[in-house]
Design a protein around this ligand. Structure first.
Ligand SMILES: [Zn+2]
Length: 433
């Protein structure tokens, strides 16, 4: 086949050719500068670049495994549509939806209904993560097998831990039969109760009750102990870890042959407790921002491969719930739109990690935890990719979320998602297509 024939064929079918983009594709470990032809809904071909590099990166659509969409029940803070728009603007094409809505996502009907409603917008896809226990009350497991029959295999009581040891043991024994996973929000609630910031400098400086790191890692230990005793071979995922001791325990469990994974948030990598001292409630989240010593150690642990994934813990709140005294303001910050630049900034800068390894933490790794297909940019595959300008400096002053509670709001960031395709082109330079 001559070069001319090839070009004629592809020019006829390609909607667009992206030239000289640096493709990072963790699904096959590819890193190189290429030309990519995009058809209406799929990738037509990928070839070695014919001209100069554009300086832009082409990445698979991100998988954010920890997102609060607030619907049903708290639509003034976020609707499915605004949450999914914020996701796409951040380059996220699949969101793991946490179940602490009102009512909680504890029935198959409700989980399927949010997933189906989400599909109607044609934006990012919702992967529902229903409750481990009925009403998210921590006592009696939901109909786990019922969910699994419809392809839903990840469960969490996020917002709270699975309080009952017996329920947790029961859940491990049951999810093991379908390779499901229990995603634990690790917290000893009695120890954290009444606290708002890190126990240490933040609690001393603000005069507000502190939450110790042990309130997290003692629950990590409990979960791992119960998993080991269950002899079930089940999978356990520990989310938004803020304490190096938690990550050490996960690592030891992995070395002992248990199927344990974990994630950290971009804000726990980028910020320490000084942020909540300086900024107040907009930097209040659970678990709280920790000491600089802990933050540094966690960044190091991510580089050492001890952390499976990075997830935003996107947690929108209206200003009426956030603009309150530090002790009573709601926990949580939005994070979908800053997920990629903040993560790349720290892990590419301070940790010196290779971009391909960072992108893996945001794509194939969380997809694997969620039992969903890895995003993959390859000829013949449906469009699921984002164009990212790693050098673009911008100020975060506009959000597609219904809420704007982020310590990064108004801040200067480096690196921005400029275009997103998921099934078709969805987003281009700040606007939905
Ligand atoms: Zn949580």
């Amino acid at each position: 086949m001559t070069e001319r024939t090839t070009r004629t064929e592809s020019m006829e079918s390609a909607n667009e050719i992206l030239r000289g983009v640096r493709l990072f594709n963790p699904a096959d470990g590819f890193d190189g500068v290429v030309d990519v032809a995009a058809g209406r809904d799929s990738v037509l071909w990928i070839r070695k670049a014919s001209g100069k590099p554009s300086g832009l990166w082409l990445l698979p659509g991100l998988v954010d495994m920890h997102v609060h969409l607030r619907t049903p029940g708290c639509e003034d803070a976020e609707t499915l549509e605004t949450g999914l728009r914020a996701a796409v603007a951040g380059g996220v094409t699949r969101v793991g939806m946490m179940p602490n809505t009102t009512p909680a996502l504890d029935t198959l009907d409700l989980a399927l209904s949010v997933k189906e409603k989400g599909e109607l917008f044609g934006l990012a896809r919702i992967e529902p993560i229903p409750c481990v226990t009925r009403g998210r009350a921590g006592e009696i497991c939901t109909d786990l097998e019922d969910f699994a029959g419809s392809g839903i295999t990840c469960f969490s009581d996020d917002g709270s831990p699975v309080e009952s040891d017996k329920a947790l043991l029961d859940a491990f024994n049951r999810v093991a039969s379908f390779n499901g996973v229990v995603i634990e929000h690790p917290e000893v609630t009695a120890m954290a109760a009444g606290g708002a910031v890190n126990l240490g400098r933040a609690s001393t400086e603000t005069g507000v009750q502190g939450i110790p790191e042990s309130a997290e890692h003692l629950d990590v230990k409990r979960c791992i102990d119960i998993l080991r005793d269950s002899r079930s071979g089940a999978r356990l995922h520990l989310t938004h870890l803020s304490s190096p001791e938690s990550i050490r325990q996960v690592h030891e469990a992995v070395l002992a042959g248990l199927k344990v994974t974990c994630d950290v948030t971009p804000h726990h990598l980028a910020l320490n407790e000084e942020a909540v001292i300086a900024l107040g409630p907009v930097a209040k989240m659970n678990p709280p921002l920790r000491s600089e010593e802990s933050r540094k150690e966690i960044v190091h642990m991510v580089r050492e491969g001890m952390v499976t994934a990075v997830a935003s813990d996107h947690a929108p709140h209206t200003s009426t719930r956030k603009e309150l005294p530090l002790s009573t303001a709601a926990f949580g910050i939005i994070g979908l739109e800053t997920l990629l630049p903040v993560t790349l900034g720290i892990l590419g800068g301070e940790a010196g990690m290779h971009p391909l390894d960072i992108i893996r933490l945001l794509t194939t790794a969380p997809a694997s935890v969620l039992n969903t297909a890895p995003p993959d940019i390859a000829a013949g595959k449906p469009l699921n990719m984002i164009l990212f300008d790693p050098e673009l400096q911008w100020t975060y002053t506009r959000t597609f979320s219904s809420s704007s509670n982020s310590p990064f709001f108004g801040e200067r960031l480096k690196g921005r998602v400029v275009r997103v395709w998921f099934g078709r082109e969805l987003y281009r330079e700040g606007e939905f297509v």
